[in-house]
Design a protein around this ligand. Structure first.
Ligand code: PLP
Length: 396
């Protein structure tokens, strides 16, 4: 019988040191050897699989990496202390001075700032292109291009990319297609759609508890091993390691991801459909009027739905701010950035998570001041939540 991703994660069987049903937390920064020669051989790279020092590898991080490589159908994975650590560590392993990256123009503001302001200081140039326009991507591809970068569902407008077409260009030009899948774990499996490397901020849906920060890089074994190389690995040398207590905690939360994603998606679709029916402008890939609805249907893993992220256009900043403050006062959720929490989180992308993007760019991208981004929670009764929101909007 063919197993789906959630079955594969469920079938992971890790035992703790004393037969515990959770793996024991590795509480050591360093690991001992019975023979000095073995330690020497590990440093020389002649012995693999031994833990040496926790910045390099440790058992807790290995368990979480294993589970995440199953989630993303990759050979291997490397967990990091944050999503940004995953992105920067990955890029710095692939690119050197003089190299170029072609990035989708709609990406998370922190990644945009890294690409726009920081990487050029290291001699790495990033060209921002509208990935809806494949001709434009091709126009900018050159021998210098090492990476094609995008998010599987972009922040904040839920735009998608046509993986089938982009992956052809990626193969043709010998670049690496790196995809940030933070918004859509389980919903998209980018490696099956042609990606070489998949990144997540674990801080969001995967952990789901908004109690910690983490990240992961999933890819081919050879690439993931290169990150850990004691002489040249960006993982080993820049030190983005996640603490083993946090890794262990995220692994436990990952086990309920399939249930949470289905509920986030169910609730977001309910809100999106009803708010749209009420005449509001809503950006949600489960709505047929979303420009990428067909792409969504083509590529998504249907049983996990359209995802938990939805954007409502309140037309101007005053209305957007009023709505968010009132929703928090009415306990619909929190006026806070981030996503993937059990309760609904809402923020204004223009003045928060996309504030790094210059005003002129934001205008072109359609990130206006009236937008409110919702990370819809796993509320038991979403009809009740919708009625409360409707009531608040009617009074604004
Ligand atoms: N990628 C996306 C799509 C994000 O939304 C974020 C953070 O909001 C990140 C990456 C960065 O993750 P972290 O905050 O864990 O560093």
């Amino acid at each position: 019988m063919k197993k789906n991703i959630a079955d594969k994660i469920q079938d992971l069987q890790f035992f703790g040191e004393f037969g515990g049903i959770n793996p024991s937390i590795s509480d050591s920064s360093s690991f001992t050897y019975l023979k000095a020669e073995t330690m020497e051989s590990v440093f020389d790279g002649n012995v693999k699989g031994c833990h040496l020092y926790s910045r390099h590898t440790n058992p807790s991080n290995k368990y979480l990496s294993k589970a995440l490589s199953i989630l993303e159908n990759s050979d291997s994975a490397y967990v990091t202390s944050s999503g940004m650590a995953a992105i920067s560590t990955c890029i710095l392993q692939v690119c050197k001075q003089g190299d170029e990256i072609i990035s989708n123009r709609t990406i998370y503001g922190g990644t945009y700032a890294l690409f726009k302001n920081f990487l050029p200081k290291l001699g790495i140039k990033v060209k921002f292109v509208d990935f809806n326009n494949l001709k434009l991507i091709e126009k900018h591809l050159s021998k210098k291009t090492k990476v094609i970068y995008c998010e599987s569902m972009s922040n904040p407008l839920n735009e998608l990319v046509d993986f089938s077409k982009i992956s052809i260009l990626n193969k043709q030009y010998g670049t690496k297609l790196i995809v940030d899948n933070t918004f859509t774990p389980l919903i998209f499996t980018p490696i099956n759609l042609g990606a070489d490397i998949v990144i997540h901020s674990l801080t969001k849906f995967i952990n789901g508890a908004s109690d910690g920060v983490g990240g992961v890089i999933c890819g081919k074994k050879e690439f993931i091993d290169s990150l850990k190389d004691v002489n040249n690995g960006s993982g080993m040398l820049l030190g983005p390691v996640i603490d083993s207590f946090r890794a262990s905690s995220i692994l436990k939360n990952l086990k309920t991801l399939h249930i949470r994603m289905k509920q986030h998606s169910f609730n977001a679709l309910y809100l999106a459909e009803n708010l749209a029916k009420d005449g509001h402008k809503v950006f949600y890939t489960g709505l047929k009027n979303h420009p990428h609805y067909n792409l969504m249907i083509k590529n998504y893993n249907k049983e996990f739905g359209f995802g938990g992220m939805m954007v409502l256009d309140m037309k101007n900043k005053v209305n957007a701010f009023k709505l968010m403050e009132k929703m928090q006062r009415n306990n619909i959720g929190y006026l806070a950035v981030s996503l993937g929490y059990s309760k609904t989180l809402f923020s204004s992308p223009s003045s928060s998570t996309s504030s790094e993007i210059p005003e002129k760019e934001k205008k072109i991208l359609g990130i206006s001041d009236g937008l409110v981004r919702f990370s819809v929670g796993i509320d038991n009764d979403i009809e009740r939540t919708y009625k409360k929101i409707k009531n608040i909007i009617n009074k604004i």
